[in-house]
Design a protein around this ligand. Sequence first.
Ligand SMILES: *[C@@H]1O[C@H](CO)[C@@H](O)[C@H](O)[C@H]1NC(C)=O
Length: 195
Amino acid sequence: NYVSGGMKTIRLPRWLGEWAPVKTKCDLSKPCPANFFAFKICSGAANVVGPSLCFENHMIMSPVKNNVGRGLNIALVNGTTGTVMRQKTFDMYSGDVQFLVKFLKEIPEGTLVLVASYDDPGTKMNSEVRQLFSSLGSSYADQLGFRDSWVFLGAKDLRSKSPFEQFLKNNPQTNKYEGWPELLELEGCVPLKIA
Ligand SMILES: *[C@@H]1O[C@H](CO)[C@@H](O)[C@H](O)[C@H]1NC(C)=O
């Protein structure tokens, strides 16, 4: 009996295991082509399960690493080398939004910006922050509000809107959890920037 517990455990005979597909970077549904970076960004679920940010198989922020928090979880990655430059959580409920303004303004050219919301990304949001995220390629920063769910990958010198973004409005009529919308998962392949 090689299959147990529905789709949970599948034990393959040893000879079959040798042909088992290789695990993709960040557990993507399919691998990225050469010269692309793999990434997966998950928002938190309600105020219970924290968000996670994975880039090129490197889990930058996650509940297991114990380096996520409520608000906006942001990681900066060098768009040429794929190395992590900075990671930080900004409390958007009671924190000082000026720290986020400063952080976003200091992002250097050629940087990829990964963002995952958790619990509440919107209460302290102001027009300056919305404008800064829009300039990184966000289409939804204008609408972000209390307990919305948001995942985004943008770049400092992006001249168009990023294709990597998902947004769910907090809506009591459609929320999956009582006070929060469904968690969001965004995965993809981002071309490395040839300097
Ligand atoms: C990214 O890495 C390259 C190579 O080390 C470096 O020349 C460049 O300045 C870095 N870019 C940023 C935004 O740090």
